[in-house]
Design a protein around this ligand. Structure first.
Ligand code: ADP
Ligand code: TPP
Ligand code: MG
Length: 333
């Protein structure tokens, strides 16, 4: 086993196949359980661990609360669903002021109110040394609107709902104390601190049957597109010239001596949507997004035969399958 994905594959072998009422078990953004009246229940959990997901020296607790819920909601969005209820398991370091936990909860409650979610339970324990939390979110989606990772077909187009690399560049800015203009800094830190779960965009895709496969971007395009490919038994070609890399991301990349595309495709924590859609739905896609007041989706490539993710650059084509954030293959970007 060489990383997180291999470990999950092995765990899923141990846990075995789920019973028939489980429409989708291990392997998608959330588990899907057949509910009543043509509704499916969506069930997801994400842990956030100090020093792995956040550093309290630069992450205010209120922001952390916002982000903790937002990244979980992103997994419900990634199934085309509506988030409803959340449970919070909190591991609080006993040496840390307990009032800090209230700040965290206030941040979470802000996002809950913004998205129509209610926190209905949890667990509170001490966690010597580091703050940890785990959020469980329950959502719902109509049976015919469920969007999974496994529906991509050869010839379809691959889209993003926004520019990539901002959060990763924000993290590098904080970590390395980079000097940027105030506008650049604000944009990057906002993306890193306060990701906006793409619930509306996902609902537009789901309601109008505009996507065939959907995932949210937590580990980066290279890794998350590979998950779509693995589940759909297809390959993908991403065109380097089509990747939306904002100028401040390129600026950070230059300051840290990295390739901007690398930061944009492998940095992670974008929490945008990555989806596939048939070419003949392109007009409808743009129209529905524009009618909903959403930015135009950005086409970055195409689904092809095979099982790898290729990045086509003017000078060469490179295999980027599964590259990006992995909990057990940590290396400095
Ligand atoms: N420890 C685990 N036990 C069982 N299932 C797991 C475990 N870790 C991850 N999974 C499942 O593996 C799939 C991929 O997980 P992950 O990559 O963390 O998804 P996401 O990026 O959407 O959070 C999901 O369906 C998740 O529920
Ligand atoms: C202190 C710190 N170090 C590193 C990172 C970068 N980082 C942490 S988790 C992550 C990827 C997403 O987290 P994960 O737990 O894999 O989410 P999931 O894919 O399960 O939704 C990234 C890029 C960070 N945010 N903070
Ligand atoms: Mg996860």
């Amino acid at each position: 086993m060489t990383g997180e994905r291999d470990l999950i594959d092995e765990l899923s072998r141990i846990f075995g196949l789920p019973p028939p009422q489980v429409v989708c078990g291990i392997g998608d953004d959330a588990a899907v359980i057949a509910g009543q009246g043509g509704e499916y229940l969506l069930w997801t959990v994400d842990a956030l661990i100090e020093k792995v997901h956040f550093d309290l020296t630069y992450m205010p607790l209120r922001q952390l609360g916002r982000k903790a819920l937002a990244v979980n909601l992103s997994d419900i969005a990634a199934m085309g669903g509506k988030p409803r209820y959340a449970l919070l398991a909190l591991g609080w370091p006993p040496e840390r002021d307990l009032f800090g936990a209230l700040e965290l909860a206030r941040g979470m409650q802000e996002v809950a109110q913004e998205t129509g979610v209610t926190v209905i339970g949890g667990d509170t324990v001490s966690s010597p040394g580091s703050l940890s939390m785990s959020l469980t979110v329950l959502g719902q989606v109509k049976k015919e609107e469920l969007l999974r990772r496994d529906g991509a077909q050869i010839g379809e187009l691959i889209y993003l709902t926004g520019p990539v690399g901002l959060a990763a560049a924000g993290l590098e800015t904080l970590r390395r104390g980079l000097t940027l203009t105030e506008t650049e800094r604000t944009l990057l830190l906002q993306a890193f601190f306060d990701p906006q779960p793409q619930i509306l965009a996902a609902r537009v895709l789901a309601r109008n049957h505009l996507a065939t496969a959907l995932i949210d971007l937590s580990d980066g395009v290279a890794s998350d597109l590979f998950q779509i490919c693995r589940r759909s038994n297809v390959g993908a070609v991403v065109e380097s010239t089509l990747i939306p890399v904002p100028a401040p991301v390129a600026e950070v990349a230059a300051q840290i001596g990295k390739d901007p595309l690398e930061l944009a495709l492998k940095g992670g924590e974008d929490y945008l949507l990555l989806f596939t859609s048939p070419p003949d739905r392109e007009k409808a896609l743009y129209l529905h997004f524009s009618e909903a007041g959403l930015g135009t989706p950005i086409c970055i490539g195409k689904i092809v035969r095979g099982n790898r993710v290729w990045l086509r650059r003017p000078e060469a084509t490179q295999d980027i399958s599964g590259m990006g954030f992995d909990h057990f293959r940590l290396k400095e970007l």
